[in-house]
Ligand binder design. Structure first.
Ligand SMILES: Cc1cc2nc3c(=O)[nH]c(=O)nc-3n(C[C@H](O)[C@H](O)[C@H](O)COP(=O)(O)OP(=O)(O)OC[C@H]3O[C@@H](n4cnc5c(N)ncnc54)[C@H](O)[C@@H]3O)c2cc1C
Length: 385
C-alpha cells in the first residue's frame, strides 16, 4: 500500500486506531446491525483513547488536527464497524465542524468541550419529506417570539438522532422563498416541544439510530439561532470538507474490509479440487477490486490533504465522493459474488458490507447531484484540463 506522504504521527494514528478497532469494535459489528442498536459504548472507548473531536481546536479541548487524520481514523473504524465510524462523525463531523467554523463564541463555549470529550453527540438535520436534494424547499419553520424562536415542522433521515444531544437543524426563517429563506438553529434534546419521532430503518447502517425529528411549538432562546437566512452558502462551504470524512471514508473502509475478507475466502475455499483463487477469471476480479480501492484511496487522501492545505475545490469533493460511493458498491457487490451463497449469508459480513455502503450514494448529496456539480465546473471551464 502506498503511504501518500503521511507523517509519522499520521501513520501512528492509523495503525493505533486499526488495532483498537479490530480488537474492540469488530467483534460487535454484526450484532449492532442485527439489533438496530447504535454502539455508543464504542464512542466512549474512542474518547478514552483521544480519538473524539480531532478537528476541534485545542483551545476548545480538541486535538486541532486536520481532515486527513479524520479520514485515517474513520477509514480504520469502518473496516471494523461501519456504525461506529458513523458515530465517530457525531464528534468530528458536520455539526462540530459547523460550530467551529460559524458558531458564536457562546455556542462554542457551551458545546465544543463536551463534544471533544465524546460526552455530547451531535446530529445534522436538513432533509424533510419534500426537501431532499432540493434543500431550498425546507418547510420546517422558526418564527420569532419574544426574545426567542418557536419551531414547527418535522425532519427526516436524521443520522444518530436516537443518541444525539445536540441537533443542527435547517429551518425556514422569514418570508423569502427558496434557499434565501433558509437558516439554522441549534436544538438540544429534551427541549419542550421537540421529540425524536419514528426510528427509520434503511437497508444498511442500521446501528446509526436514524430517526425523524418532530417540532411542535418548540421554543428555543434567541442565542440558539445558529445562522440567519441568506448565509446558507457559508454553511454549505464549511460542510463541503465534511462530505469527505464520514460518507466516502466509511465507503472506503468497508470496501477494504470486504476485499480483505473475500480474498482470504477464495484462497481457502476449494471447488473442482483446487482453491477458487486458482481461477484466472476470479483473480482478475480481485485485481479489478484492488484497482478500484487504490484509486478511491488516492482520490480521498489527495482531497483531504488539499482541504488541510486550504486548496479544496468543489471538483475535488464531488469527484471523490461520487467515485468512492460507486467504487464501494462495485467492490462489495463483487465480494458477495465471489462468496457465492456464503456471500449472501448473514453468517458472513459481505451482505452487511454491501448494505452499509449502498445508501452512501444517496446520503450527503446523491451521486447524481455531485455529478451535476462536476459537470457545471467542467462546462464553465473551471475544471483544470
Ligand atoms: C445513509 C443516509 C444517511 C442520511 N443522513 C442524513 C442526515 O444525517 N441528515 C439529513 O438531513 N439527511 C440525511 N439523509 C438524507 C439525504 O440527505 C437525502 O436522502 C438526500 O439528500 C437525497 O434526498 P431524497 O432522498 O429526498 O431524494 P430526492 O432528492 O427525491 O432524489 C431522488 C432521485 O432523484 C435524483 N435527483 C434529484 N434531483 C435531481 C437533479 N436536480 N438532477 C439529477 N438527479 C436528481 C437523485 O439523485 C435521486 O436519485 C441521509 C440519507 C441516507 C441514505
Amino acid at each position: 500500500m502506498q503511504d501518500f506522504g503521511l507523517t509519522e504521527e499520521q501513520r501512528l494514528i492509523r495503525d493505533s486506531v486499526r488495532a483498537l478497532a479490530q480488537e474492540r469494535f469488530a467483534p460487535g459489528a454484526a450484532r449492532a446491525d442485527a439489533e438496530f442498536r447504535p454502539p455508543v459504548e464504542n464512542v466512549k472507548v474512542l474518547a478514552e483513547h483521544g480519538y473524539t473531536g480531532l478537528f476541534i481546536p485545542e483551545e476548545w479541548g480538541g486535538s486541532g488536527l486536520g481532515l486527513m487524520e479524520n479520514v485515517l481514523v474513520a477509514e480504520q473504524l469502518a473496516r471494523a464497524c461501519a456504525n461506529t465510524a458513523m458515530l465517530f462523525s457525531c464528534t468530528d463531523g458536520a455539526t462540530p465542524r459547523a460550530l467551529v467554523g460559524l458558531g458564536s463564541p457562546a455556542q462554542k463555549e457551551k458545546y465544543l468541550r463536551r463534544i471533544a470529550k465524546g460526552e455530547l453527540l451531535t446530529a445534522w438535520s436538513m432533509s424533510e419529506a419534500n426537501a431532499g436534494s432540493d434543500v431550498g424547499n425546507v418547510q420546517c419553520r422558526a418564527t420569532p417570539e419574544g426574545d426567542g424562536w418557536v419551531i414547527n415542522g418535522s425532519k427526516l433521515w436524521c443520522t444518530a438522532a436516537q443518541v444525539s444531544e445536540l441537533f443542527l437543524v435547517l429551518v425556514r426563517i422569514g418570508p423569502e422563498a427558496g434557499m434565501k429563506g433558509v437558516g439554522a438553529v441549534l436544538v438540544e434534546r429534551g427541549t419542550p416541544g421537540f421529540s425524536i419521532g419514528n426510528h427509520l430503518d434503511l437497508l444498511g447502517l442500521r446501528g446509526t439510530g436514524m430517526a425523524e425529528l418532530v417540532f411542535d411549538s418548540c421554543r428555543i432562546p434567541g442565542e440558539q439561532l445558529f445562522l440567519e437566512p441568506g448565509r446558507m452558502r457559508q454553511l454549505l462551504a464549511v460542510l463541503d470538507a465534511d462530505r469527505l470524512s464520514g460518507n466516502p471514508t466509511v465507503c472506503l473502509g468497508v470496501a477494504e474490509a470486504a476485499f480483505q475478507g473475500i480474498t482470504q475466502h477464495v484462497k481457502e475455499r476449494q471447488q473442482f479440487g483446487r482453491p477458487l483463487a486458482d481461477q484466472q477469471g476470479l483473480q482478475w476480479k480481485l485485481a479489478e477490486m484492488a484497482m478500484d480501492i487504490e484509486a478511491a484511496r488516492a482520490l480521498l487522501y489527495r482531497a483531504a490533504q488539499r482541504v488541510d492545505a486550504g486548496q479544496a475545490s468543489i471538483v475535488d469533493t464531488s469527484i471523490t465522493k461520487a467515485f468512492v460511493n460507486q467504487m464501494a458498491v462495485r467492490v462489495t457487490n463483487e465480494a458477495m459474488q465471489l462468496g457465492g451463497a456464503y456471500g449472501l449469508s448473514t453468517e458472513y459480513p459481505y451482505e452487511r458490507h454491501f448494505r452499509d455502503v449502498r445508501g452512501m450514494s444517496i446520503g450527503y448529496g446523491t451521486v447524481e447531484i455531485h455529478k451535476s456539480a462536476i459537470a457545471r465546473e467542467v462546462l464553465a471551464g473551471r475544471y483544470p484540463f
